[in-house]
Structure formats: structure tokens, C-alpha cells
Design a protein around this ligand. Structure first.
Ligand code: NDP
Ligand code: GDP
Length: 324
């Protein structure tokens, strides 16, 4: 019998790559998606990967507990990957309550539905390196204290501890993956890597002249979503649930990441890059650098795709999209 997985946030970047991986691994994949008047647009990432017909879409919302309970009852998943969230840090200052409801409390809804209807299912929570915020150690691992710096990070921290709590209180096989930033051609256009690669492609094609960014001194530990969804799956194949940091162990400034994109396109960054104070955040996470030793030792996970290769792939994908 094929294993059955339920992915919340299946229309997002990681949801799409995870669905692809699970299908390749022989799973029956169900994906929870918010009902939308433009479902064709909503399914565009699954379409990009050519798997939109293979994923069984279930209408649902993290805010709707009764719908989630019904979904667990109908799907009877072996594995639940909770990837749905209001996931953009900057928006979380504009919509702190919604972010708390979806990214924080919404996880309680999913865990309640699992506990009530699928107590044997294995559960993955998409936790975030943003929880480290104002970093307390130069390299962040599972034992580093948290210091969240945005409503998003505060909501993720609640969800992380709730996942730990359901494991300890109710014996749910619940794991929390503390993933550092990860990108791909399917990354949302508002995140800095994709904003850069899309704009560089536009400048290359003569459709834009400038790229406006905020704090380009910020440093991130960037990996590729394809490598990171493999870690999610590996976590749920462990007999004992646990928490794991997933990161590359290399940190790069926004400026240097940007330079890779401009160089690949054969453009002079200094002629196009403008710093816009309006794009600075009320509180910044200056630097993140993850230590994924535990994941490497427990289940042999290592990233395969470099930042350079990923940025080049993203610029090429944006050129292709724009030329269409
Ligand atoms: P995306 O923003 O690409 O995807 C988020 C998904 O959540 C979308 O499918 C979105 O649906 C869905 N969603 C939003 N609100 C609701 C809701 N109320 N009910 C149901 N679904 C909802 O994020 P990523 O794929 O990049 O990230 C996946 C998860 O991992 C997120 O939880 C994110 O916070 C977390 N994370 C991501 C990192 C990264 O660098 N990418 C790093 C660490 C953690 P719709 O398409 O309708 O908007
Ligand atoms: P985050 O780490 O989840 O907030 O991912 P982002 O890709 O949104 O931001 C990464 C870093 O890039 C943050 O430190 C931002 O302040 C910085 N940054 C600088 N300019 C921009 C910009 O124009 N857009 C975004 N999204 N981030 C920017």
C-alpha cells in the first residue's frame, strides 16, 4: 500500500517541491489549498513542476478547525507536513494578528485535528531560523536560545513549542524542522533572492532599469528548497520524533548574493542598484548561520546545491518566464 501524505501549503514553494519528492517516492499526495477565485494561478507552482494532476487538492484553511478535522478523517494520512503560513516577515508587521492566527494558532488547529482523527500520523512543523532573530550564538543549532524579532518569528516560536508540547503531552510523532532561508525558481517574488533574480532578468531584457533594495548588509544562510524538502521527509522517517536545524553552514550578505545574479547576466550592479530606506524593516535580523550537524549525524542530510548554482538557476528561470 502506498503511503498517504497530507501537505498544507501545497501551493507554496516548499509544498510544490515536497509534493514532487513524495510522488517520486511512491506516495499518494493530498494537498490542502485555500479556496480561491483564481485556482489556475494558485496552482501555478504545481503546474511549473508538471504535477498538478497528480496531487489531490482538498479545499481547506488553517483557520477552519472543523474543515481540518473532516480532512484528516477523509484522507487518513500517514504523514502530515504543515507548511501553510503567512510566511513573509515584512508583511507580519502590517498584519500581526492574521500572522498570529495563521502561522501560530493555525498550527494548534492542525495538531488538534491530527490528535483527534489521525493520532498515529507523523507530523512535521515548518519552523524557521527567524526564531533565532537577535542571535545568541554565532552559529545557531537546536540548543541555541531563541530571540524572535518580528510578529512572524513570534508566531513561529509559538508553533514550534506547541509541536514539542504535543509530542511530550500526547505522544504525537511530531517533529519541528528549524529551516534556514531556502529559495528556488518557485520562491515568492517578494522575498529578496527572487526579487533580485526577477529584476536582473527584467533589466537584462530592457524592461527595467533599477533594482531597489533595503538593508543589503543583512546576512543569510541560503539553501535550495529541493534540498530542504528532502530533509523534511527524512525527519519523518525517523522512529523517534525530534527537532532539527537544516542549514548550509555558510552565510552571505544580500549584496554578495545580488552580485552573483548581476554577474551571471553580464550587468554592472553599481549602475542599477538603489538603496531605498522605505524598504528597511522596523527590526532587522542582521545575520543567520546554521549548524546542521545533528541532521547530518542522525540521517545523513547534506545540502547539494550551492548558492551560486541556485541564483544562476533562478535568473535563468526568470529570463524564461519573462520571454514567454
Ligand atoms: P510560501 O509562502 O511559498 O507558501 C505558504 C503556503 O501557505 C501557501 O501555499 C499558502 O497558500 C498557504 N497558506 C497561507 N495561509 C493559509 C491559510 N490560512 N490556510 C491554508 N493555507 C495557507 O512559503 P514556503 O513554501 O517558502 O515555506 C513553507 C513553510 O516553511 C512556511 O510555513 C514558511 O513560513 C516556512 N519556512 C520557510 C522558509 C523559507 O526560507 N522558504 C524558512 C523557514 C521556514 P496560498 O497559495 O493560497 O497563498
Ligand atoms: P527573511 O529572512 O525571511 O526575512 O527573507 P527575505 O528574503 O524577505 O529577506 C532577507 C533579508 O534581505 C532581510 O534581512 C531583508 O531586510 C533583506 N532585504 C533587503 N532588501 C530587501 C527587499 O527589498 N525585499 C526583501 N524581501 N528583503 C530585503
Amino acid at each position: 500500500m502506498a503511503k498517504r501524505a497530507l501537505i498544507t501549503g501545497v501551493t507554496g514553494q516548499d509544498g510544490a517541491y515536497l509534493a514532487e519528492l513524495l510522488l517520486q517516492n511512491g506516495y499518494e499526495v493530498h494537498g490542502l489549498a485555500r479556496r480561491s477565485s483564481s485556482s489556475d494561478v494558485n496552482l501555478s507552482r504545481l503546474q511549473w513542476l508538471g504535477i498538478e494532476r497528480e496531487v489531490q487538492i482538498v479545499d481547506g484553511n488553517l483557520l477552519d478547525l472543523s474543515g481540518l478535522i473532516r480532512t484528516m478523517r477523509d484522507v487518513k494520512p500517514d504523514e502530515v507536513y504543515n507548511l501553510a503560513a503567512q510566511s513573509f516577515v515584512k508583511s507580519s508587521w502590517q498584519q500581526p494578528i492574521l500572522t498570529g492566527q495563521v502561522t501560530g494558532l493555525g498550527v494548534t488547529n492542525v495538531l488538534e485535528a491530527v490528535r483527534l482523527e489521525s493520532p498515529g500520523a507523523r507530523f512535521y512543523q515548518a519552523s524557521s531560523s527567524e526564531m533565532y532573530g537577535l542571535i545568541q550564538e554565532p552559529m545557531q543549532s537546536e540548543t541555541t536560545p531563541f530571540y524572535p524579532r518580528s510578529p512572524y518569528a513570534v508566531a513561529k516560536l509559538y508553533a514550534h513549542w506547541l509541536t514539542v508540547n504535543y509530542r511530550e503531552s500526547f505522544g504525537v510523532h511530531a517533529s519541528s524542522g528549524i529551516l534556514f532561508n531556502h529559495e528556488s525558481p518557485l520562491r515568492g517574488i517578494e522575498f529578496v533572492t527572487r526579487k533580485v533574480t526577477d529584476c536582473v532578468a527584467r533589466i537584462k531584457l530592457g524592461r527595467a532599469t533599477e533594482l531597489r533594495l533595503g538593508n543589503i548588509d543583512a546576512k543569510r544562510d541560503w539553501g535550495h528548497s529541493k534540498d530542504y524538502v528532502r530533509a523534511m521527509w527524512l525527519m519523518l522517517q525517523q522512529d523517534v520524533p525530534d527537532d532539527y536545524v537544516i542549514a548550509t553552514g555558510r552565510t552571505t550578505t544580500v549584496r554578495d548574493m545580488c552580485a552573483i545574479a548581476f554577474k551571471h547576466a553580464g550587468l554592472d550592479m553599481d549602475k542599477h542598484l538603489i538603496i531605498d530606506p522605505a524598504l528597511f524593516r522596523p527590526a532587522e535580523v542582521d545575520i543567520l548561520l546554521g549548524d546542521a550537524t545533528k541532521a547530518r549525524q542522525k540521517f545523513g542530510w547534506e545540502p547539494k546545491i550551492t548558492l551560486e548554482d541556485m541564483i544562476v538557476e533562478m535568473v535563468e528561470a526568470d529570463l524564461k518566464r519573462l520571454k514567454k
